[in-house]
Design a protein around this ligand. Structure first.
Ligand code: NAI
Length: 272
């Protein structure tokens, strides 16, 4: 990627080394895409166990990609997987992981204070030329970046889930997709809470009626109920009177019980 920054000393930075912080579903997906496009990636999380899982996820996803892309050339497919995996290393130490990094992309929990704390630390640890970006799905980039002294090297890079399949990246303020999409998910939950339909019926209705590949309950489980709730809670704090941002008792209860969707084996539905 080549970019010019008129207000910055960093002009035409070539991005080769990428550090991704947070090896969850988004971080792992972003690491896969970055490594597949020839970047050298360091994936950071809080424990080696989590990082092992992230690498397994990447491997599984690459195998699916290769099955399609290299259908009649399995050997070339295996070579591609090994090449991509070689581009990914893991670390639990952000300080060393950001050394030599051209871009640090954060994909940790959707909480302003936690993201600010991380970036404030990173600001002191990372080289001066390093560009920071957040994969936040709802928080204003200006709020997150205010914890740093590199406002001219800070942006939003909002990927979509599943990262290796979705071709959209948003970097404008306002987050068009989520601003429309999250209130839609909540309205589906409220519809169910009011007894207007079962989860299954609402999911089927949206799939057949609007042509969405997944219904709102399936999709909420896929995204992660904690992430959706964090988004809504954050928006409600900023705009408490907006009825689109009203809470849902059921959502609050499921998150409090740790039923976060597919990633924990249960959310609105149960998974094996
Ligand atoms: P996740 O819960 O799957 O993964 C978050 C990861 O960050 C976990 O592995 C956790 O251990 C790690 N983590 C937390 N604090 C950390 C820290 N201080 N240092 C290093 N690692 C840390 O969450 P997910 O779904 O990957 O979301 C991550 C970010 O991406 C959030 O900001 C979310 O809003 C955003 N996002 C999520 C989408 C989705 O569909 N789930 C879509 C687009 C953006």
């Amino acid at each position: 990627i080549r970019r010019g920054f008129s207000s910055s000393a960093v002009r035409n930075v070539v991005i080769k080394q990428v550090t991704i912080i947070g090896g969850g579903q988004m971080g792992a997906g972003i690491a896969q895409v970055a490594a597949s496009t020839g970047h050298s990636v360091t994936l950071v999380d809080t424990s080696d166990d989590i990082l092992k899982k992230s690498i397994k996820t990447i491997e599984g996803s690459l195998k699916r990609v290769v099955k399609k892309k290299f259908a009649d050339k399995p050997e070339a497919g295996e070579e591609f997987i090994q090449k991509v995996l070689k581009n990914v290393s893991t670390s639990t130490d952000v300080g060393s992981a950001v050394q030599g990094s051209d871009l640090v992309l954060e994909a940790i929990v959707e909480n302003l204070k936690i993201k600010q704390d991380l970036f404030s630390r990173l600001d002191k640890l990372a080289p001066a030329h390093t560009i920071f970006a957040s994969n936040t799905s709802s928080l204003p980039i200006s709020d997150i970046s205010s914890a740093t002294n590199r406002l001219d090297r800070f942006g939003g890079l909002h990927f979509f889930n599943p990262v290796p399949m979705m071709k959209l990246v948003e970097d404008t303020p306002g987050f068009i997709v989520n601003r429309l999409f999250v209130p839609y998910l909540y309205e589906a939950i409220r519809l169910y809470e009011r007894g207007h339909g079962s989860k299954e019926d609402i999911d089927i209705a949206m799939k057949l009626g609007v042509g969405y590949p997944m219904g709102p309950f399936e999709l909420s489980d896929y995204i992660g109920l904690d992430t959706i709730k964090f988004i809504m809670d954050g928006w409600r704090e900023m705009d408490p009177d907006n009825t689109l941002f009203a809470p849902s008792e059921l959502m609050d209860k499921l998150v409090a019980e740790g039923k976060l969707g597919k990633k924990t084996g249960e959310g609105f539905y149960k998974y094996k």
